[in-house]
Design a protein around this ligand. Structure first.
Ligand code: NAD
Ligand code: ZN
Ligand code: ZN
Length: 353
């Protein structure tokens, strides 16, 4: 099993009560079970989901105390006796789906995000805001050795999720995709995946800094929802025939944009809901939904194959989404910026600081 160099204690950011804040402290290093691996996490992206988890936003309780984080990239340092296909020293990643039963109706057909008994990293089991994290061997992301662990960490949730959502939207090369919340962590990834697939993107977010970034990483157009007098018309005008985008991916963390999307999506178009604002509901006029044949659907992370495909886009050098790196000890500062909507792209934490 393990090597002598694994310490018994490690630094971690711990949510001790719902609502936060996180507490930076030393905790024991966990030991992997027979079907698990222990990963020495080097870097972890900070997803807005981690903030929802700390705040207790969702109708699903978290474990407490909780180590958050589900974009953790690192090196395998120990494995249980049943694990055969991952070696000590391999690169691997902790993603949102830490494990699933592998035996239910959904798992049997590789819809494992829908498993009724999932373990969720940084939510129902401890995640990647610690130096050593555990994952089920059949679910941890396989990361090729040539990949940079810092840059790949946000792929492990943001990248996989938007890659899947773009596929679920049915949008094709040459068509238009509107990305709502394009300046955030998932949004900036979505712009890069869509660009790699030959899809035109219309980015919606707020502020000049995000607008500049969206344009730099591939948005064909940027609509600033804080300044636009008519977002619906601006989005439609951004398509060559002014009929609106073929698909919309809604990543925003408030309810309004989910309702607005049905006003500008092209007839027969698809709205994919991905963002998870607290206490939000979908509302769309039945008349328009019927007579314009609008599809409204959800998309939730990705399965193991989606994960491998999303990582392969990155390995090929097609995905260069912007990120800033700070020490794990500064996680609470990242949450403050996130709450205010002031993060362009993603923050990554370095677990050694
Ligand atoms: P983020 O904070 O990095 O980005 C959200 C962006 O939305 C920000 O740039 C913000 O300015 C923008 N925004 C807010 N209101 C807006 C509006 N009215 N119009 C346009 N843009 C607006 O967050 P993130 O990490 O990208 O996560 C986004 C959401 O997706 C969160 O709710 C998160 O929990 C959820 N999520 C879902 C899945 C899934 O599988 N469905 C996976 C990961 C994250
Ligand atoms: Zn996430
Ligand atoms: Zn299952």
């Amino acid at each position: 099993m393990g090597s002598e160099s694994i310490p018994t204690e490690q630094w971690a950011q711990v949510v001790e009560k719902s609502g936060g804040p996180v507490v930076y402290k030393k905790i024991p290093v966990p030991k992997p079970g027979p079907d698990e691996v222990l990963i020495n996490i080097k870097y972890s992206g900070v997803c807005h989901t981690d903030l929802h988890a700390m705040m207790g936003d969702w109708p699903l309780p978290t474990k407490l105390p909780l180590v958050g984080g589900h974009e953790g990239a690192g090196v395998v340092v120990a494995r249980g006796e049943l694990v055969k296909d991952i070696e000590i020293g391999d690169y691997a990643g902790i993603k949102w789906l830490n494990g699933s039963c592998m035996d239910c109706y959904y798992c049997r057909q590789a819809d494992e995000p829908l498993c009724p008994e999932p373990s969720l990293s940084g939510y129902t089991v401890d995640g990647s805001f610690q130096q050593y994290a555990i994952g089920k061997a059949n679910h941890v992301a396989r990361i090729p050795k040539e990949c940079d662990l810092e840059a790949i960490s946000p792929i492990l949730c943001a990248g996989i999720t938007v890659y899947k959502a773009i596929k679920e939207s049915g949008v094709r090369p040459g068509q238009y995709l509107t990305i709502v919340g394009a300046g955030g962590g998932l949004g900036s990834m979505a712009l890069q995946y869509a660009k790699a697939m030959g899809i035109h993107t219309i980015a919606i977010d707020g502020g000049e800094e995000k607008g500049k970034m969206c344009k730099e990483i591939g948005a064909s157009e940027y609509v600033d929802f804080t300044k636009s007098k008519n977002v619906v018309q601006d989005v439609k005008n951004a398509t060559a025939d002014q009929l609106g985008p073929h698909a919309v991916i809604v990543l925003a963390v408030s309810e309004g944009p989910f309702q607005q999307a049905s006003e500008y999506v092209r007839s027969r178009g698809t709205i994919v809901c991905v963002g998870l604002p607290a206490n939000a509901y979908l509302k769309a006029p039945v008349f328009d939904t019927v007579t314009r044949m609008i599809n409204i659907k959800g998309s939730y992370v990705g399965n193991r194959q989606d994960s491998a495909e999303a990582i392969e886009f990155f390995r090929r050098g097609l995905i260069k989404a912007p990120y800033k790196t700070v020490g794990l000890s500064q996680l609470q500062d990242v949450y403050h910026l996130m709450e205010k909507g002031q993060i362009a792209g993603r923050y990554v934490v370095d677990t050694s600081k």
